[in-house]
Write a new protein. Sequence first.
Length: 326
Amino acid sequence: MNSPDLQDRGIRQAAAEWAVRMSDSPLDAHQQQALQAWLDLDPRHGAALQFARRTWGDLASLQEPVGEPPRRSPARSAAALPRRRSRRVLRWLSSASLAVVVTLVGWNQAPAVYLPLVADHRTVTGEVRTVELPDGSLATLDARSAIRLDYTPQARRIELLAGSAVFQTAPVGPQETRPFIVDSNGGKAQALGTRFLVSRENGGQMLVGVMQHRVAVSKRGQSLVLEQGQSARVEADGRIERLNLEPSRVSSWQRGLLIFDQVPLQQVVTQLNRYRDGHIFVAGDGLAQRRVSGVFRLDSLDGAVATLTGELKARHADLRGVSLIY
């Protein structure tokens, strides 16, 4: 990632923090001076602050959650209502959440910025593509995925930098004796057969599923051999957990479907974001961890947010390229 991109992201985050601070209470003299000094540093700061305040205003205008009726007293002045609404929104979204929302509007394509610098093959939003590797193996990349190749005389090594990929390996034989290894988040999956899936997950995790034959999974001295039809998650600390999860379901994107069975909402949203323009954002850890089920067609995702909010009895709003579930 280059320096201007990092600066641009920092500007958005700083603008979001100022927007929250200004909505919560009037700035004192010292804060006003600090704000003015920040605005004077760069002409982009003023535009970023205006955008952040508009976005915060959109968030503040959202209705209250289901089950919490408005409490309005005739004795209170109308001028107090925006502040009360803003404080209610503050209970649902921390200032960090606003920073994420504001940043995502201009940053939800962040992988597109740095992955071209390091990836040998990558896909963009909504794109699924199969590439042939130097040894004749095939890698089918999910949307917003990227791999980097490191083929040496000793090994055929691939690093999964983002997303998911299904690998169909050219087998070891007289003409090809090098092991086929996929690395991601510090974990290693070595093919002992022909076809398997690897997904790079948040929190330093890696998911591996075996479609054909076997795969040896390892990290930090821990190891496990998965048979056909089995899957496992490699945790950030090296633990390897077997999953009751069919690899064919995890790789359903190859068939034009996304299938979820009692999966945390945040995981569903992360996957949906690979295939649609804009960005879905979940407000609050509690809601993000609620489990949902569903089958979505990749060529018809327009109603996905409404379907999810309906199942969870939650609400959603569209804010300048961001769909917010709250």
